[in-house]
Design a protein around this ligand. Structure first.
Ligand SMILES: NC(=O)c1ccc[n+]([C@@H]2O[C@H](COP(=O)([O-])OP(=O)(O)OC[C@H]3O[C@@H](n4cnc5c(N)ncnc54)[C@H](O)[C@@H]3O)[C@@H](O)[C@H]2O)c1
Length: 382
């Protein structure tokens, strides 16, 4: 089958830029798609990062340290932008103005003001397709949670808890990087870095909280820089948000955790929804394992544990009994974004589209209220 080629430029060739390169190179993993991304442009101010792309992608036509070169190129239809948060507003705005479609990394602006400026440009350029990167909903277990929410299986929702937990910052000797600097990562700290991940499914489900009480902690307050000088490490390491949700006829508490310092956790994304009739729990810590419990009055309360295997939104060559992982979720997310570019959101081959700019706006409102709550030591209306 001849596939429609979507020519991508990548701005920011670091951790996530390379993940997209790898996903594009692995497109043959996906079955029955009539579109494919082709990496035709790369941009990073660190030229050392060009080499990996050049040695793996013969399709590159534009290589630059100035992202405007990608925006001015006729060889590029769409951009993946994975740069530090202080650059999001300027870069995303310029990309959208240039008419290139955009998958931008979270948090989609360093703060609420930057996010609203980006959304304003999107409103003025409705022909450009824009989405935010968020891959965890493509894990098989997350898909089962979304299905249970769509099927309204819970009865009265008792509570929702979701989080993303890291542990690498437990090591006090870990050198400081831009994600620990307010000027580059933003005042949100760990919430800006990680918050979109646990909030994506709740926001897609219409569970926008109307109040938040946040507890933020800065556990390691100094770190060594590259020159071995001890410098302030100003960002919030851990955040716990206690939210009040009123959705349709349901009112329930929702707890969101974004931790940079959660001992033992590498990149644990989880969600648990407890209800009077049905409860469901999934964590990427045990990627195959889904826990569910159905309950009827007077019956025994017993959790069921199911091995999920490789259940994907977009069919692949991998057998259903095998395990699913982080890079698989990125491949699935990229299939969804390219599906949206190719067929429009209403014509997609499966219904779960990537996080929208409007969803990033809701998440910024929550994080901004969380900062205020922590400052005042009070519950804040959103
Ligand atoms: N979706 C996810 O799971 C996930 C995971 C990690 C990071 N992220 C997000 O991805 C984005 C990038 O994070 P990362 O971990 O890849 O960071 P990184 O530091 O590994 O990569 C960022 C790259 O941007 C480049 N850069 C900086 N200024 C530039 C400029 N003016 N022009 C061009 N390139 C420039 C840097 O040289 C670097 O290579 C952030 O928004 C972050 O929140 C998402």
């Amino acid at each position: 089958m001849a596939r429609k080629q979507i020519r991508f430029g990548i701005i920011g060739l670091g951790l996530m830029g390379r993940e997209f390169g790898s996903a594009a190179a692995r497109w043959c993993h996906l079955l029955d798609l009539d579109y494919e991304p082709v990496i035709t442009g790369i941009c990073d101010t660190n030229p050392a990062l060009h080499a990996w792309f050049e040695s793996n992608f013969s399709t590159i036509k534009v290589k630059t340290s100035d992202y405007h070169d990608l925006l001015n190129s006729d060889e590029i239809d769409a951009i993946y932008c994975a740069v530090p948060h202080n650059l999001h507003q300027q870069f995303y705005s310029d990309i959208i103005y240039s008419g290139k479609h955009l998958l931008g990394e979270k948090p989609f602006g360093i703060d609420l003001q930057a996010n609203e400026a980006i959304l304003d440009i999107i409103d003025k350029n409705p022909e450009v397709i824009v989405a935010c990167s968020s891959e965890f909903p493509f894990f098989p277990g997350a898909r089962r949670v979304i299905r249970a929410i769509n099927e309204n299986r819970f009865g009265q929702i008792i509570e929702v808890e979701a989080g993303l937990l890291h542990s690498s910052d437990l090591d006090p000797k870990k050198k400081i990087n831009w994600k620990r600097m307010i000027a580059i990562n933003g005042e949100y700290g760990c919430m800006g870095d990680l918050g979109m991940h646990p909030l994506h499914i709740p926001l897609r489900s219409g569970w926008m909280p109307h109040t938040v009480r946040a507890m933020l902690s800065n556990i390691v307050t100094q770190r060594y820089n590259a020159a071995n000088e001890l410098v302030p490490c100003e960002t919030w390491d851990n955040a716990t948000l206690c939210c009040d949700v009123q959705a349709d006829d349901q009112a329930f508490p929702m707890y969101i955790k974004t931790y940079r310092i959660a001992p033992g956790e590498t990149n644990t994304w989880y969600i648990r929804v407890s209800g009077t009739e049905f409860s469901i729990e999934y964590s990427s810590k045990y990627p195959k394992t889904l826990k569910t419990m159905s309950y009827t009055s007077g019956a025994e309360q017993s959790w069921t544990v199911t091995d999920l295997g490789y259940e994907t939104a977009y069919p692949t060559i991998t057998g259903g009994i095998f395990e699913f992982g982080f890079s698989d979720s990125l491949l699935q997310m990229w299939a969804a974004f390219c599906d949206q570019l190719s067929n429009g959101r209403d014509g997609m081959k499966q219904p779960f589209y990537c996080a929208t700019p409007q969803e990033t706006h809701l998440h910024h409102k929550i994080l901004t209220a969380a900062l205020e709550s922590n400052k005042q030591g009070q519950v804040i209306q959103i």
